[in-house]
Design a protein around this ligand. Sequence first.
Ligand code: LLP
Length: 463
Amino acid sequence: MSRSAHPAGPRHADVLPEGHYSAPAADLNALDEKVWSRTVTRDADGALTVGGITVARLAEEFGTPAYFLDESDFRARCRAWADAFGPDADVFYAGKAFLSRAVVRWLTEEGLNLDVCSGGELTTALDAGMPAERIAFHGNNKTVAEIERAVAAGVGRIVLDSFQEIVRVAHIAQRHGVRQRVQIRVTVGVEAHTHEFIATAHEDQKFGIALADGQAAEAVRRALSLDGLDLIGVHSHIGSQIFDMAGFEVSARRVVQLLAEIRDEHGVELPEIDLGGGLGIAYTSDDDPREPHEIAKALSDIVTRECEAAKLRTPRISVEPGRAIVGPTAFTLYEVGTIKPLEGLRTYVSVDGGMSDNIRTALYDAEYSVALVSRTSDAEPMLVRVVGKHCESGDIVVKDAFLPADLAPGDLIAVPATGAYCRSMASNYNHALRPPVVAVRDGEARVIVRRETEEDLLRLDVG
Ligand code: LLP
């Protein structure tokens, strides 16, 4: 009954509402390097800086809410993945996490490949100069027009996701007079969750072709029989925000078993396997992600071991990290608008964005952290829920966090680790204007995706 006993005013860590699970950090001003991008620090006045620029200047120049992306961190993460996997493997950045023409250019320069899953992503990639042979095209229901464009552009691989698509891509490739390089996406029966995995016989979801009941083997049979297709390998993606490597190990083992079956039946050793993306990042200080070199070693060890056991040549491995590359490189900057202490519960802090710029909390119950960034404060921690300005009570950005009790309207707060699946899933709900993405590097900031304007809204609304 501590709820009703607590006096009015900011809630303290010793009297938390039911269901609250973590205590405030020892120092609310500290910026945990696990969740903030690499060049983030506080300056002598206590304001957060990224790439050497303070948030006050960024807010003044670009407004809020806005995503600030640490370009040198992004590039460093690309290099870390490429170096970890080495020249005998391929890293495909998953563009669905966040894609823009600047990002495509960085990827091209840093030697990464790109996974796209729609005509829009393909157009962005090609327009910004990603060589087509470095593009993989994904999706469970690619349209005929999308397949036509991908084949005509000469993409390096199309990942086939259904029996219908095997035939569709083969016909289109033949019509273009080419043999399209393809992989078959298989569902390996591993359902991966954060911190755990559950092996299931069948996966009840829309992607891929099941290994079970010989479905994948039949897909391989058909793909090998069609002139328009050059089957180069098998693909598996087991889920997202995964920390435990066990799910990847089971997946790799099952994919290698399939390669052995293909060799036994058809006398061909497919040269490649793709183990997908899904590697987890730290959204809060409680998360403990793996480093790319650990992931690379774990995957290559298991594939090598399984191939030796099956007397197969070790295939070339590829992976498709999206979140693990871009997620930690950006934060969202908001201005505090209103502050509403709810007696016995928590304090609601409303910001100038919300579920339109970060739907992940509402959609997946995702956890985020938040910090006061325009200044430091020695005030007591207060339990807050950071909410947006949308007409919906589920419009929550950070469900459960602590901010200093002297927080005031006009303060700037920032939510780290919003580089992945925030701008790319942003919406115009309530006719919100989607925020810009600003790349910051070495003391310079430039808009790479501009803020939407009301004219943009009216332009689409043709009356
Ligand atoms: N490869 C394939 C075939 C995928 O389907 C995905 C993600 C990835 C790679 C990249 O996964 P990542 O490394 O980024 O986890 N909107 C959700 C995530 C959906 C991921 C869909 N596929 C979220 O916000 O958590």
